[in-house]
Design a protein around this ligand. Structure first.
Ligand SMILES: CCCCCCCCCCCCC[C@@H](O)CC(=O)SCCNC(=O)CCNC(=O)[C@H](O)C(C)(C)COP(=O)(O)OP(=O)(O)OC[C@H]1O[C@@H](n2cnc3c(N)ncnc32)[C@H](O)[C@@H]1OP(=O)(O)O
Length: 245
């Protein structure tokens, strides 16, 4: 039977193995999140350059969305990973807030702008695209430089101040785009299920979009106040006790 010293020795070696495994996983997670943030910063920069070049060459926003849609769809869809990052603990932030933010953006890209081609040249689409792009370049570069421990103050300032204006402007762009889509959805009956059918279930995408627009009223303030809390914490060192996710 092993002596207590031998037991103690085997326990400590198990602990050492566990600790080195945690360190390896931690290093892997850090490497991944740095790679992710650099990739997202680069992706949104490519989008910004493409939009500026399009407008300088064409002199109009007509056709802008179609020219950048592939890049937008890839990087905005890739952002769904951020919910996973929160859930597995790679980043310490609210799963709920991140989930609502990612859902709204993904919904706007795929179920509104991609699906309803008649509204792709609306000014409101350009409005939210420009606002998203400025925001995401700021946000992902903030995360990147923060992780590399070389965070320029102007990026920190931009991260926690630009949203004060950009968030409401971006919401306006999104709501105006959904509103512009309503007549086309009503006319085509797209994504809707009419009765009678074998499942005896109906779904009207037109009224679903109206509910989505109304959901901005309770949900957007949650995101906005979350950012204001983050701003007070990061810029003024206020101790914030986040409610459970
Ligand atoms: C089925 C249909 C669904 C339809 C849903 C309808 C919902 C309607 C309501 C929603 C409206 C949203 C509208 C919106 O889309 C409009 C716009 O976005 S306009 C553009 C302006 N927007 C913004 O400025 C907000 C941009 N978004 C964000 O900032 C984030 O997504 C958000 C989750 C909102 C906040 O970010 P976070 O909670 O992460 O705050 P921090 O940046 O301060 O980070 C907190 C800590 O986590 C660390 N972190 C987070 N992510 C990373 C990462 N990728 N890499 C490294 N570190 C990360 C961060 O460093 C902080 O760490 P620490 O606490 O140590 O400082």
């Amino acid at each position: 039977m092993a002596s207590s010293e031998e037991d103690g020795g085997s326990n400590s070696s198990v602990e050492e193995k566990e600790n080195s495994k945690k360190k390896r996983l931690g290093a892997l997670a850090t490497a991944w999140i740095i790679f992710y943030n650099i990739t997202m910063t680069a992706g949104w920069l490519v989008l910004a350059i493409a939009m500026v070049r399009f407008y300088m060459q064409k002199g109009t926003h007509k056709g802008l969305y179609r020219s950048i849609q592939k890049t937008l769809k890839f990087f905005q869809t890739f952002a769904v990973l951020e919910v996973v990052h929160c859930m597995v603990g790679i980043v310490r932030t609210s799963v709920l807030v991140t989930g609502v933010q990612v859902c709204s953006r993904t919904f706007m890209v795929w179920f509104i702008t991609h699906s309803i081609k008649q509204i792709q040249n609306e000014e409101s689409v350009v409005l939210y695209l420009v606002v998203w792009t400025v925001t995401e370049i700021t946000r992902y570069s903030f995360y990147t430089f923060n992780l590399l421990n070389h965070l320029p103050y102007f990026i920190k300032w931009a991260r926690y101040n630009l949203f004060i204006v950009l968030y409401p402007v971006g919401v306006a762009g999104e709501l105006l785009t959904i509103y512009a889509a309503l007549p086309f959805v009503k006319k085509t009956g797209m994504f809707s299920v009419r009765l009678p059918n074998k499942y005896n279930v109906s779904f009207d995408y037109y009224y679903f979009l109206i509910i989505i627009m109304l959901s901005y009223i309770p949900l957007f303030p949650q995101l906005y106040f979350h950012m204001l809390r983050q701003r007070r914490r990061v810029l003024y060192g206020e101790v914030i006790v986040e409610k459970d996710d």
